[in-house]
Design a protein around this ligand. Structure first.
Ligand code: FES
Length: 104
């Protein structure tokens, strides 16, 4: 069974933004787009830049600040080069305006 830990309140991450958190030994990013909240690793798969240095674009994708690779928030899939490998994603749930993530 997934072991969910509270990471943030929904108010901490306004629509169209993302924020980095330490959870266990992982640095994760919570992203908030029109489809909801999603959790991915805070490491770009292209050249290891913190993905949280980037931004969420108009399509709701994560854009890496270093070389501009784009990733889908929910799946972590690559949407634009130079990255060729997607981001690791984590299970997330929102209850009563609180955000929980499982690293399992
Ligand atoms: S480090 Fe992210 S696109 Fe290069």
């Amino acid at each position: 069974m997934a072991d969910f830990k509270k990471v943030a309140n929904t108010d901490d991450i306004p629509l169209g933004s993302m924020k980095s958190f330490k959870l266990g030994f992982e640095q994760i990013v919570i992203c908030h787009n029109n489809n909801g909240f999603f959790a991915v690793e805070d490491v770009c798969s292209h050249d290891s830049a913190p993905i949280s240095d980037g931004h969420i674009d108009a399509d709701g994708h994560i854009v890496c600040a270093r070389h501009g690779a784009k990733f889908e928030c929910k799946s972590g899939d690559v949407k634009a080069p130079p990255a060729v490998v997607g981001l690791e994603t984590f299970k997330i749930k929102v209850e009563n305006n609180e955000i929980f993530v499982s690293l399992d």
